[in-house]
Design a protein around this ligand. Structure first.
Ligand code: ADP
Ligand code: MG
Length: 699
């Protein structure tokens, strides 16, 4: 006789339980020929399921050899074993082990997905198998909507999805009523008649008697192996199924049509039998396909697997919507925070730079002292009118305006207020980007004549003059009566605090009539168009340093304002991003936590998937895709939330808008997928490494 399909040589299985080792299967030899129908019987706990798991390559023996078609399975790695299970074995379990969130057809398709069958092929096959088993009208029912017998028939269809050369049925009738049990047995017998190898575990002799051969186990040893005379049931098994199904028809007349057609099809044209001959796989694989089409097929299979994994991930996410959403929340908040803060920073920066540009980028302020906050600055008196004259004589400058700031009591009739009293040149208002709204500005004559006239802004009018027409009114600055000649507004909110009351006088008037001081607190110079501000600044610095003999002043240009604003926004963005990164990590840990829970919760599902042929990489991929999908969706919602914040912001804040850059959105996207991969990996790997036997035993 040729090499048997299955040959066990001294196979044994021991379990480590605590300190001691328990031998569940004692070394046993066993041969099973292709096409046999074998029943393994024995009391509960005798090792039947253990033997079955070894036969189905779900479990590895502790000793001995298992040859499948002459090939030692000990030499096969996890991947090869998965392929063996996928293409050659079909499992049927006592508790059906269907995936509850998938409908019957989708359950039947699972092994074909892992075998890489194309979508259309496997859908057609699932449909055909289900109608062959009398479930055509139940293919879109979920397991929960099916009776036990129907569920078991779905699981038989699943076992046949990839051909089911060897059917391993562990107590297939154990959970069924006697009628459904008979139905299932009739189907198994028909499959046997068609050439499938059937290995059946049962503790029920009535069930075992359907088999040609009965192997009896007791305490992990084969105590009897009897081949019995052909059973008394002489009837053609196909007819028997049909009659059984017909029996069901009587109870449910609407199904009569389906069943009779099925029966007609089976009997009329045996070559079209849907329940395939075991050899079908090999016929299909006949090497007529060229390398190119094989490659294309492999590519489409890879894509198909991804799509299936994504679909399954989506199912899982939908099944736990609330939990998925809460998991995402960390990521949503993190991403929304990063995106909107970056947008806010960009918007503020754009606004400031815009303001400065409107003001003119070609002004440079010169202050006494080394830098801002120099304590000696107040005692430096070198910045004076002669410096101003020298600067005004420079060909690269268009103008220069000094400032001399002091503060004083302002009085108008019976109202008084303290305010900034600033002595300025005639260029001042233009240089600072202020616009005249009423009256006139200070001019050269006012400066030369030290006239006691002043320009004010809206704030001053509001707090001092009330509703009076300001032009021509006389205000007391200290003891000096000053006539108001003009009103200005400062469009940009930058530079001067618009909250304070300010009054601008000719600097000459301030210096001679208000305070006795002949040095300025600031000179603002304006660079001619077409000359680089940086060069002009250098020249002005050189000039003043030479005049003073020492550099006792510092310059501040709008260029440096822009630079410092950019530096500040960059620092702020970095800071907030760091906080956001922390929140994203927290979000990622949330994802990991939920994924770990999900793996534990779905242990049985993972076991089922491995049993029907999923490779470790399939399981890893599925959970990884799920983690990535959760965080990617979280990222998307986060971006949406940020855009919403931007919209609401634009409704309430008019002065500037948030700027969303494509870059920051893409970064957010990239970050969230990375989080999914990073934090999803550990749970996914845990899932992939589960022991299928233990996983299946889990309730
Ligand atoms: P049967 O299917 O015949 O009822 P099993 O094959 O499930 O029996 O179990 C046979 C024996 O192996 C039982 O005594 C059981 O307690 C033991 N057993 C099964 N799995 C394990 C395990 N993972 N660790 C320790 N003992 C186990
Ligand atoms: Mg068992």
């Amino acid at each position: 006789m040729s090499e048997p399909l299955i040959r066990l040589k001294g196979i044994e299985r021991r379990y480590q339980s605590g300190e001691q080792e328990v031998t569940v299967l004692h070394p046993l030899d066993l041969c099973i020929q292709a096409g046999e129908m074998v029943a393994i019987v024995g009391a509960s706990g005798s090792g039947k399921s253990t033997l079955m798991n070894l036969l189905g390559c779900l479990d590895r023996p502790s000793g001995g050899q298992y040859l499948f078609r002459g090939q030692d399975t000990a030499h096969l790695d996890a991947l090869a074993l998965a392929r063996l299970r996928c293409h050659h074995f079909g499992f049927i379990f006592q508790r059906y082990h269907l995936l509850p969130h998938l409908d019957a057809a989708a359950n039947v398709e699972i092994p074909a997905v892992y075998a890489g069958t194309s979508r259309t092929d496997r859908q057609a096959r699932a449909r055909a198998l289900l109608s062959r088993l009398g479930l055509a009208d139940r293919s879109h029912h979920r397991p929960g909507q099916l009776s036990g017998g129907q569920q078991q028939r779905v699981s038989i269809a699943r076992a046949l999805a990839n051909g089911g050369e060897v059917i391993l049925a562990d107590e297939p009738t154990g959970a069924l009523d006697s009628h459904s049990g008979k139905e299932v047995m009739a189907i198994l017998k028909e499959l046997h008649a068609q050439g499938h190898t059937i290995i059946l575990v049962t503790h029920d002799m009535a069930v075992a008697n359907h088999a040609d051969r009965i192997i009896t186990l007791r305490d992990g040893r084969v105590v009897e192996d009897s081949t019995q005379a052909k059973a008394a049931t002489t009837a053609n098994p196909a007819d028997q199924i049909a009659s059984l199904l017909d029996g069901r028809v009587v109870e449910d007349s609407t199904q009569a049509k389906t069943v009779t057609t099925t029966k007609a099809a089976t009997t009329a044209n045996p070559t079209e039998q849907i329940v395939s001959q075991p050899d079908e796989q090999k016929v299909e694989a006949s090497p007529q396909a060229t390398a190119a089409t094989t490659a294309a097929r492999a590519a489409s299979q890879g894509w198909d697997r991804y799509r299936e994994a994504a679909r399954m991930a989506l199912h899982a996410m939908l099944a736990h919507r609330m939990r998925t959403f809460l998991t995402m929340l960390g990521i949503i908040i993190g991403i929304a925070a990063v995106v909107s803060v970056v947008a806010l920073g960009q918007g503020a920066r754009a606004k400031v730079i815009n303001d400065i540009n409107a003001m003119g980028t070609n002004t440079i302020d010169i202050f006494p002292g080394k830098d801002w906050g120099d304590e000696k600055a107040a005692s430096i008196q070198t910045l004076n009118e002669r410096d101003l004259d020298a600067l005004l004589g420079q060909p690269y400058l268009e103008g220069a305006s000094p400032q001399i700031a002091t503060s004083g009591q302002l009085r108008f009739r019976n109202k008084s207020s303290s305010g900034n009293v600033v002595g300025v040149g005639s260029d001042f208002f233009r240089v600072k980007g202020m616009t005249l709204t009423q009256g006139r500005l200070l001019d050269e004559r006012d400066i030369q004549n030290r006239t006691a006239v002043a320009v004010v802004d809206g704030k001053t009018i509001e707090s001092l003059l009330g509703k009076e027409d300001p032009i021509g009114q006389v205000v007391l600055v200290g003891t000096l009566p000053v006539r108001i000649i003009g009103v200005v507004t400062q469009e940009t909110g930058f530079g001067r605090s618009s909250q304070s009351v300010s009054i601008w006088l000719p600097y000459s008037a301030v210096m001679s009539r208000l305070i006795s001081q002949n040095h300025f607190s600031q000179i603002t110079i304006r660079v001619k168009d077409g000359i680089q501000p940086a060069l002009a600044e250098q020249a002005a610095v050189a000039l003043l340093t030479q005049r003073h003999g020492v550099k006792d002043f510092f310059t501040f240009s709008s260029d440096s304002i822009i630079k410092s604003v950019e530096k500040t926004t960059a620092t702020m963005t970095l800071l907030v991003s760091a906080i956001a990164v922390i929140s994203l990590i927290v979000g990622g840990v949330g994802v990991m936590n939920i994924m770990l829970v999900s793996v534990v919760e779905r242990t049985r599902e993972i076991g089922i998937r491995i049993a029907v042929g999923a490779r470790q990489s399939d399981i890893l991929q599925q959970f990884l895709i799920e983690a990535v999908m959760v965080s990617l969706l979280g990222g998307l919602l986060g971006i949406g939330l940020a855009l919403l914040i931007g919209f609401v912001f634009s409704l309430f804040v008019e002065s500037f808008q948030m700027h969303f850059s494509l870059f920051s959105i893409l970064m957010a996207f990239g970050c969230s997928s990375l989080i999914g991969i990073l934090f999803g990996y550990l749970p996914a790997r845990n899932a992939a490494r589960l022991d299928p036997v233990e996983a299946l035993a889990r309730e």
